[in-house]
Write a protein that binds this ligand. Structure first.
Ligand code: FAD
Length: 500
């Protein structure tokens, strides 16, 4: 093994955030390494709900089809009362619309989600270096020097950028002395993946709704024969997580003696924290995922927020490494830290509701309406704004090609490029565009026809306006005809300067 090496990006931590970033960088042809201190992949269900916005991200990264084939929808909840039960659908289903192709979260245990990401990474020629722990780092203006322990050996890795994707106890965050303000909430939770009999798999099961310290939940985990068991547990008590211990807890809280726990694949007793890092960037080091924010698991937001952090920063790292202005990396914190703060509030509201017995999850859990409206990268040059704002998620829209075949905007967006949509003509074709932008025209005599008015309905722009869609599927700029210089100014913020 080499004891000194160099790479463009060193990603520390191969959980959901690190893997998502690695897949994105791999498809962009960026040179990186992905290390994890664990000897092997983690085998716990943890974040089992992939929200609609993350499904769109995974669609773009080319992993959704496999995840959808392995996972499944959330079944309804069976709420047991004294003598009977009631089934309720706790995940609100929206009607599918042309603008939003995914209406429900997908249930897939986190270890299966991560497995699909690792396979995708392998197909792109990369792998996780397990058994490799980051133990020290220093940085100067040019690079970060990271000391990695691999068994008895130590390797020094010089990287242009280091990513702390190393979870809630982040070594990277602590090494940089970045504050992690917030609070620890009272109470603890138990979660375990168990094999059992005595319960059907067509519903989830819940006893003692509204009695916070007596409640138990059992979810049949899609893609496995297991159930995920969840229960609040008293502070500072010993919790017996053996099969016998969990069977006893289920019997005590449900009154059922016919549920038999055979084995426990994974379990965790966890405290609940609500914390956000004071900064997401320190020089050449960036924090993503739980390293930057932690919150209660209620509402299934942690995994999703982590994935979307990685998706936000991936294209920015690639652009800066190729010569875009370094300030582009500052927009990561400007965009994602406010999102984490809002997710904290949301998960706290979900936690309080769950303690009252209300487990319903609506659109607010789907992460579809999160946007970067106050970001330095969101520009709208129109005198009168429309209903779609710069910084919003760019909606999908089923359209047709000139030859009459069907095409969705999401198919055009798919891939690492930007998309410039010119409306009512093909003005953008005469414009000089940086490499890495795909330009299309939507209109009667253009490449793409808005046959059913889906684009008009979702985008609400006027003929002549151009919409610039970022690689991560957010509206970067809306520029009316005649404001091409504003577009060129925008490009200068996010693309390498070809003159340099
Ligand atoms: C008990 C539990 C239940 C949860 N339930 C839900 C849920 O229902 N819904 C939901 O959305 N989220 C849930 N979460 C949260 C979700 O699992 C996390 O938000 C998600 O795992 C964050 O991903 P990450 O990649 O940022 O961090 P992690 O998954 O924690 O990955 C960090 C990785 O970094 C590695 N690492 C750490 N230090 C080093 C080092 N020094 N060197 C090298 N590698 C290192 C670790 O080995 C690990 O693999 C739950 C979490 C827990 C713990």
């Amino acid at each position: 093994m080499r004891d000194v090496s160099s790479t463009d990006v060193l990603i520390c931590g191969a959980g959901a955030a690190g893997l998502t970033l690695a897949v994105d960088l791999a498809r962009r042809g960026i040179n990186f390494r992905l290390i994890d201190q664990a000897a092997e992949p983690f085998r716990g269900s943890r974040g089992k709900g992939i929200q609609p916005r993350s499904l769109e991200v995974f669609d773009d990264l080319g992993v959704l089809e496999r995840m959808a084939a392995m996972g499944g929808p959330y079944p309804p909840f069976r709420n047991y009362r004294d003598t009977d039960y009631e089934d309720t659908d706790f995940v609100e289903t929206r009607p599918l619309t042309p603008a939003e192709p995914f209406a429900r979260p997908l249930m897939l245990p986190q270890y299966l989600t991560e497995g699909v990401l690792r396979d995708r990474l392998a197909s792109l020629g990369h792998r996780v270096e397990f058994g490799s722990e980051l133990v020290a780092l220093v940085q100067d203006r040019q690079s970060v020097s990271a000391k990695v322990e691999i068994g008895d050996a130590v390797e020094t890795v010089h990287a242009r950028v280091l990513i702390g994707a190393d979870g809630g106890h982040s070594f990277v965050r602590r090494a940089l002395d970045i504050g992690f303000g917030g609070e620890t909430l009272p109470g603890r939770g138990l979660v375990a993946d168990v094999s059992l009999d005595g319960l059907g798999r067509e519903t989830s099961h819940r006893w003692n709704a509204g009695r916070p310290f007596e409640q138990i939940l059992l979810f049949p985990l899609a893609g496995t024969g297991l159930f995920q068991f969840q229960a609040p547990v008293p502070a500072q008590s010993e919790v017996d997580v053996s099969p016998q211990g969990l069977q006893r807890l289920i019997a005590e809280r449900s009154g059922r003696s016919d549920i038999h726990v055979h084995s426990v694949q994974w379990s965790s007793v966890f405290g609940m924290n609500m914390r956000v890092a004071d900064h997401y960037r320190a020089g050449r080091v960036l924090l993503v995922g739980d390293a930057a924010h932690v919150h209660p698991p209620t509402g299934g937001q942690g995994l999703n927020t982590s994935i979307q952090d990685a998706y936000n920063v991936g294209w920015k790292i690639a652009a800066v490494l190729r010569g875009a202005p370094d300030g582009l990396l500052d927009s990561y914190e400007a965009e994602r830290r406010p999102v984490a703060l809002s997710v904290l509030e949301l998960t706290l509201a979900f936690l309080r509701a769950a303690q009252r017995g209300d487990m319903r999850r609506g659109r607010e859990a789907h992460e579809m309406d999160l946007g970067y409206f106050n970001s330095p990268l969101s520009f709208d040059g129109r005198a009168t704004k429309g209903k779609l704002r710069a910084g919003a998620r760019a909606p999908d829209a089923p359209c047709h090609r000139a030859d009459g075949s069907a095409i969705r905007l999401f198919e055009i967006f798919r891939g690492p490029h930007w998309t410039l949509i010119a409306t009512g003509g093909d003005g953008s074709k005469q414009m000089s565009l940086p490499d890495g932008i795909r330009s299309i025209a939507i209109g009667p005599n253009s490449d793409v026809h808005d046959t059913d008015g889906n684009f008009r309905e979702a985008y609400d722009v006027s003929a002549g306006d151009c919409v610039l869609v970022r690689p991560d599927g957010y509206v970067g700029a809306i520029v009316p005809a005649g404001q091409e210089p504003a577009l060129q100014k925008y490009f200068a913020q996010v693309f390498p300067n070809p003159a340099k």
